[in-house]
Design a protein around this ligand. Structure first.
Ligand code: ADP
Length: 427
């Protein structure tokens, strides 16, 4: 700009002299080459003015862009600072000054560590040093202290700023206040712990109650069975019925208590997880169901099954319950059951498809609740615990169990199990 101005000043001077000369010498008397020179000078002046105007426009645009940048920098939703190798704050935007409750002028030149809580000092020094040593971007969490002494959780992303020779001169850091997220995480963790504790208490309670009920129930059962054996046909017809109801009730109660015990044992008596072949689990379940499979003339097929990580006896129970339900809730045709396992990202998706009576989608959540059934006992025997146990086992393994079905159109029971990396690829 300066060069152009001085050039323009020189030009004006030249022009003034030329005009003086022209005043004294009428134009027609000038030699041709001087006339040309005057013409050229006029054109040159116009060009310079255009250039000046262009430069002024560029300057205005640069100023507007700078204002925009300053606004964006200062009022960004995150804090920005640059910190020297020694840890001194060189720059800070308004957001970080507001986060810390310190004016910018009092922030610049201070050591950043002065705003870091004592217990996270080491974390700061570790990452700050590492950034300068390796030039590798550092993302980490710290606790920062405001001017009034209160603390907050912050997430920092630091990158290295290099000079033209490639030396790191400072760290540019973006700082986000994550206290809300941290508080929500903490609240969630406390609630999860609380829920786990109350679940454990409930399991323990169910276990103790069902265990303690077994003994008196056994006494009731054996005495009503004794009554039945000794007095059936010896009293009147009503008495026979009453005794029959009592025997029935005791038997059912026995089955219910046995099921509650089994349900509570999923969490309390589970074995540690180990790699297991789903193929092997299938074979075990089928061996346990041999009689029912023969009787119902069921055809049970499966695709390649992976190896998974879990409690083999619990997973056998899941396979067994799902296959046995598929046979129990059969339609007119002999049951056809097909099992597949498909990898979906970090999960295995197991599906048990049958050609049975199906389930109205309206009930697809209810059937997994303990003792919930959709049919009477005379039509289909059972206590309504099987699926609740399956669900609990699958959830203990970190998976999910659900059903996809329409009434009369067969059902597909699906569950997921986490994939063990480097394991579980179907053969
Ligand atoms: P139970 O078999 O003792 O009734 P479950 O918990 O295993 O208990 O099943 C709950 C209910 O879910 C069953 O009563 C039945 O109505 C429904 N159900 C389960 N499996 C199937 C299936 N394969 N086809 C249709 N309905 C099913």
């Amino acid at each position: 700009m300066k060069n152009h101005q001085s050039e323009s000043e020189q030009f004006h001077e030249l022009r003034r002299k030329a005009e003086e000369f022209l005043d004294k010498n009428p134009e027609e008397m000038l030699p041709e080459n001087v006339k040309n020179l005057v013409e050229e000078l006029n054109i040159h002046q116009i060009e310079l003015e255009i250039q000046n105007e262009e430069l002024r426009r560029i300057q205005r645009e640069l100023e507007a862009a700078r204002d925009k940048y300053v606004d964006l920098y200062d009022f960004a939703p995150v804090g920005y600072t640059t910190v020297s190798a020694k840890g001194m704050i060189l720059e800070a935007n308004l957001t970080i000054t507001a986060m810390l409750g310190v004016e910018r002028s009092l922030l610049i030149g201070k050591y950043f560590s002065g705003f870091v809580t004592e217990d996270t000092h080491d974390v700061f020094y570790f990452h700050h040093r590492k950034l300068f040593e390796t030039k590798v971007r550092q993302n980490y969490e710290l606790k920062l202290v405001r001017k009034d002494g209160t603390r907050f959780d912050a997430y920092l992303k630091s990158v290295a700023v290099e000079d033209t020779e490639g030396n790191i001169t400072r760290a540019r850091t973006v700082i986000t206040d994550i206290s809300d997220r941290k508080q929500a995480e903490e609240a969630l963790r406390e609630r999860t712990e609380e829920l786990e504790r109350s679940n454990r208490d409930l399991e323990q309670f169910a276990y103790v109650v069902s265990h303690d009920l077994t003994e008196p129930l056994r006494t009731v059962s054996s005495y009503v069975q004794l009554l039945e054996r000794r007095y059936k046909g010896k009293l009147d017809a009503d008495a026979d019925d009453f005794i029959g109801f009592a025997v029935d009730g005791a038997t059912r109660m026995h089955a219910l208590i046995r099921d509650i015990l089994a349900f509570s044992r999923v969490g309390t008596r589970g074995k540690p997880f180990e790699p297991v072949e789903a193929e092997h689990i299938f074979t075990e379940a089928m061996a346990n169901l041999r009689v029912a499979v023969t009787e119902s003339r069921a055809v049970v097929t499966h695709d390649a099954l992976p190896s998974v990580f879990g409690d083999a006896s619990q997973l056998t129970r899941v396979f067994q319950n799902l296959i046995s339900n598929a046979m129990k809730f059969r339609g007119e045709e002999p049951p056809r059951i097909h099992i597949t396992a498909e990898r979906k990202g970090r999960k295995w998706l197991f599906s048990f498809r049958d050609n049975g009576i199906g389930i109205d989608p309206e009930h697809s959540d209810r059937i997994f609740v303990i003792f919930r059934r959709l049919h009477t006992r005379d039509k289909y025997p059972g206590t309504g615990i099987g699926l609740a146990i399956c669900k609990k086992i699958v959830e203990r393994h970190g998976g999910r169990l659900w059903v996809e079905s329409r009434e009369g159109a067969g059902s597909v029971f699906c569950f997921t199990l986490p994939v063990q990396e480097n394991k579980g690829v179907p053969k």
